[in-house]
Write a protein that binds this ligand. Structure first.
Ligand code: SF4
Length: 502
């Protein structure tokens, strides 16, 4: 008997237990306007979006050095891509070359120093890859007085602070974050020039690029409502759908997907371990002390549940502090929110002792939430405020732990819904534009809310839960669009103003 028929038969056999089954089901639903004596609004929910996502697990979970996916991961990937383009040039062009130059425009030029974009660019030109870059080399690259050499096709190039030009902040390029990389001849003529853009989340593209075609998902969905329906009709579990789609979209094998998931989990766990061992000041324009280690040590003497709460916080702080210091982290969904999911991953592994297989399945549930939020709203503070970064990270983490511990699809959705709902309206107001205040502590709160959302969702009857994920994602988009620009990553509103003395 195949799985679908088994489920159908199981449904008939359990008809007598219909009340119980119904009690555990969640259908997309809203409160009828007739429930209110006075109509509160002229507007209402138009229904879940339709569509078909082609976002991949490797798009969502990218690994690279902090502190910012747009200002460090993308510039590193871009400069590494430019190096590979230079490698493909004919030998006589390389022989005529004098140097490599990278010009930064827009926000990359304005805040790149603070984000250490220069260090990331040099690493990429030296041949480092985002996911595996050597942290010791990254520390050495922070020394602006040093020169580094690299050989490309038998020609040695010197790299250092002169390689990078901090160009115009206001410009006419189509993307705010633009980089122009050049290989210059001895007379200054460009032998190769390429215009790159960093649109956020560690993605990059370049002018004239032909994007490689992707496959179509075998289980197309554009909302959680469609996903639920599809899972029921096809008799597939959450992780099966995400895995089968990934294989079709990216033309990759099970082994390749597993390897990526394991690397993501390992990078998250390593981030916690490493961060808990470090102390002292974080690099930045003002004195900002690490506190993860201290809070973790205090947790050992704490009474009752206080210790557990301190531990979750310390795990999230450890990764966020590491991210601020330029250590490797995972975009989950961004680097600003890179500490939330690892804290919950660490709890799953070290407190709940879940198997690697359960952890992978949990990561796939987190990916589902990330795909929905990314495609139907946004996951960037610049677009929808911090609800799109810490809010989405918390929602992904809640779904992850719920699904990994064996919760149903419905309870997993409720966990994600609760966690996202209670971040709605959160503005993005980083002090001075640095991923320090309030970002680092926000990750701890994102993790704590995720854990609480998981506990609530797996304890209540999902049929009694009014909100569904699609409606809350729509509310996030709606709220984000209404946020003034000053509360969307500009550092010119909220704490970005009140924390700075005149
Ligand atoms: S405050 Fe802004 S920069 Fe900081 S984590 Fe939130 S969205 Fe990211």
């Amino acid at each position: 008997m195949d799985r679908r028929n088994f489920l159908r038969l199981a449904g008939i056999c359990s008809a007598g237990a219909g009340v119980l089954m119904k009690a555990d089901r969640l259908s997309a639903r809203g409160i009828p306007s007739s429930a209110f004596s006075v109509k509160a609004t002229e507007r209402c929910y138009p229904g879940p979006p339709r569509g078909s996502f082609q976002t991949s697990l490797t798009d969502l979970f990218k690994i690279g050095p902090g502190p910012s996916s747009s200002h460090t991961i993308a510039p590193l990937r871009i400069s590494n891509h430019f190096r590979r383009s230079v490698e493909e040039l004919p030998k006589d062009a390389i022989e005529r070359a004098r140097c490599i130059e990278v010009r930064l425009f827009g926000s990359l030029s304005a805040t790149g120093k603070g984000h250490r974009t220069d260090r990331a660019i040099l690493a990429g030109l030296l041949g480092q890859k985002s996911e595996t870059c050597d942290s010791r080399l990254m520390d050495e690259l922070a020394d602006e007085s040093r020169k580094f050499t690299t050989a490309i096709n038998g020609r040695t190039f010197e790299l250092g602070r002169e390689t990078i030009v901090w160009d115009k902040i206001e410009h006419d390029y189509p993307f705010a974050n633009t980089m122009v990389a050049r290989l210059l001849a001895k007379d200054g003529t460009p032998l190769l020039e390429r215009e790159y853009y960093s649109p956020g989340g560690g993605f990059f593209q370049w002018k004239g690029e032909v994007q490689p075609a992707r496959g179509k998902p075998v289980h197309p969905y554009g909302s959680m409502t469609e996903f639920r329906k599809l899972a029921e009709e096809r008799g597939k579990s959450l992780h099966e759908i995400i895995l089968e789609n990934e294989k079709a979209i990216m033309n990759v094998s099970d082994a390749e997907i597993t390897a990526h998931l394991d690397l993501v989990l390992k990078t998250m766990e390593d981030g916690v371990t490493q961060g808990l061992a470090e102390e002292g000041l974080l690099p930045g324009p003002f004195e900002f002390h690490r506190k993860a280690k201290r809070i973790y040590e205090r947790s050992r003497n704490a009474r009752g549940e206080d210790g557990f709460l301190q531990q979750i916080s310390s795990y999230a702080l450890a990764v966020s502090e590491g991210n601020a210091a330029g250590r490797l982290a995972v975009t989950a969904p961004t680097l600003g929110s890179a500490g939330t999911m690892p804290a919950v991953v660490y709890v799953m592994k070290n407190h709940l002792k879940l198997s690697q297989d359960a952890m992978r399945k949990g990561l796939l549930a987190a990916a589902l939430v990330g795909f929905l939020c990314k495609n139907n709203a946004a996951v960037a503070g610049a677009e929808v405020g911090c609800q799109g970064e810490i809010g989405v990270a918390s929602s992904m983490a809640a779904a992850m732990i719920a699904y990994a511990t064996g919760a149903s699809l419905e309870a997993t959705e409720v966990a994600a819904t609760i966690a996202l709902e209670h971040h709605l309206g959160m503005s993005c107001d980083p002090v001075g534009g640095f991923v320090l205040i309030p970002c680092i502590e926000r990750n701890a709160f994102g993790a704590l809310k995720a854990y609480n959302a998981y506990l609530m969702a797996t304890s209540e009857l999902t049929s009694q839960h009014w909100e569904d994920l699609d409606r809350v994602v729509m509310a996030m988009l709606e709220t984000g669009k209404a946020l003034p620009q000053a509360y969307r990553e500009m550092g010119t509103g909220g704490l970005g103003v009140t924390m700075v003395d005149c």
